[in-house]
Write a protein that binds this ligand. Structure first.
Ligand code: GLN
Length: 451
């Protein structure tokens, strides 16, 4: 049924870069066969899923939204892919994304933009716009995203779906193409809080193949999503995430959600996190720095695209010409920014300062979580903007992640879930919940209460 739905609507939405019909039907049949034999199956066995094209899939193309990996067929599965398969989840295909997950609108994909199912002339968020659009257009009931600065939560907010960035280290990064390794985190996308929890439980947990993977039990996310009791819970409203630049309808729905939490028995207080004001600036030094280092591996020799391969060019020329042809403008911008910030003489002034700001942000969180159990804010300052509106203005595009970036810098867990439509444009608004590291279950408890 979902493959039929994809065939019927994805020409318009363009959520998928690759639909794996044979793989999906094969996986579904394998689950049926197990069921027929009376084998015990997990809660997601046979459930279809849309996978962001940043996770390697053995034998199935993985492009990361870039021409530089066009035609590359990975020889192995990411740990996350393996876990999904093991749970009997049916992977329908790979979803569109901003090239190397750099963007907030999916317009940076080398394969063309994705439309927001609420209004196809608007962006579905990014970088994981394909996964969010697949959910919102009912092409898949579950999806996977990755969140370096907001790429799970911001698309969830603007498409009226649920997206969770687990605690950094909660979900393995093995086989997830690296953008900014100290920030990147894979996580669940779904249409309900409970669906997201079931997917979270399936993909999370220690992986010896990822040295940053946390060796501790997965927080009880499913129990929390079934509980939803917020009585006595202390909720902090982040003071800095309001004011100029925030759309009136977004603030209205956010304020109503806070009111609802109060009615349900939570204790709401205002919290100040002064260093959050510098999060965006610190992020746009740290993320490009790590990206410039990580993307050095795309040398035209090891994988994917290779140009000027005619025997007349040196290896260095092949590398330079392949990178020139294979990377899009945003990726090049970040490689240049990062290379500059890391160059000797500038390293302390840029990268060093940004890392200090990161520490200050982490301390703001620590102070806040000494006082409250969770923090809340709007996920994004505005609803979905029109395709093309911010395409030539990187600074305006970067502002879409104003509220989501602090949780990445500190490694906290965070969720976005729908909290109504903005009255002025009828588009979805997202509520963001942030919890301390390894307290991901609190997101689901609060999410289930206000859903
Ligand atoms: N929009 C942010 C960026 O462009 C975040 C992207 C992400 O989370 N992958 O870097």
């Amino acid at each position: 049924a979902h493959l039929d739905r994809i065939a019927a609507v994805d020409e318009k939405v363009h959520a998928f870069l690759h639909v794996d019909t044979d793989g999906a039907l094969g996986a579904a049949e394998a689950v049926d066969a197990k069921r027929a034999k009376g084998e015990e199956l997990g809660p997601l066995a046979g459930v279809p899923l849309a996978l962001k094209d940043i996770f390697t899939t053995e034998g199935v193309p993985t492009t990361v939204g870039s021409k530089i990996l066009e035609g590359w067929i990975p020889p192995y599965d990411a740990t996350l892919t393996k876990r999904l398969k093991h749970a009997g989840v049916v992977i329908l295909g790979k979803t569109n994304m901003d090239e190397f997950a750099m963007g907030s609108s999916t317009e940076n994909s080398a394969y063309g933009p994705t439309g927001n199912p609420w209004d196809l002339t608007r962006i579905p968020g990014g970088s994981g716009g394909g996964s969010a659009a697949a959910l919102a257009s009912f092409q898949a009931p579950l999806a996977i995203g990755t969140d370096t600065g907001g790429s799970i939560r911001q698309p969830a907010a603007v498409t009226g779906t649920v997206g969770v960035k687990p605690t950094y280290g909660g979900v393995s990064r093995y086989g997830m193409v690296a953008f900014s390794s100290s920030l990147d985190q894979g996580g669940p996308c779904a249409r309900t809080v409970l669906d997201a929890a079931l997917l979270h439980q399936t993909i999370a947990g220690h992986d010896p193949m990822d040295s940053t993977s946390i060796d501790a039990p997965v927080p009880p996310v499913v129990e929390a999503a079934r509980n939803g009791d917020v009585r006595g819970l202390r909720v902090g409203v982040v003071k800095e995430f309001a004011g100029e630049g925030y759309q009136a309808g977004v603030m209205q729905r956010f304020t109503e959600s806070v009111e609802l939490l109060r009615e349900l028995g939570a204790e709401v207080v205002e919290v100040s996190c002064p260093s959050f004001t510098y999060a965006l600036a610190a992020y746009y030094v740290i993320a490009p720095s790590e990206c410039s280092s990580n993307l050095a591996r795309f040398d035209g020799l090891r994988y994917g695209l290779r140009v000027a391969d005619d025997g007349t060019h040196s290896a260095e020329e092949v590398t330079a010409l392949t990178r020139e042809a294979g990377f899009g403008p945003e990726v090049k911008r970040r490689i240049m920014l990062g290379t500059y910030a890391l160059s000797s003489g500038y390293y302390d002034a840029y990268y060093g300062s940004a890392q200090k700001v990161r520490t200050l942000i982490t301390r703001d969180f620590q102070r806040a979580f000494g006082d409250v159990d969770v923090l809340v804010s709007p996920t994004t300052p505005t609803t979905a903007f029109p395709i093309g509106e911010r395409a030539d203005d990187p600074m305006a595009m970067y502002l879409a992640d104003l509220c989501t970036i602090p949780a990445n810098l500190a490694g906290n867990a965070a969720m976005s879930l729908p909290c109504g439509l903005a009255p002025e444009d009828g588009l979805p608004v997202g509520l963001q919940i942030i919890a301390p590291a390894m307290a991901d279950d609190r997101l689901y408890r609060v999410g289930a209460a206000v859903e």
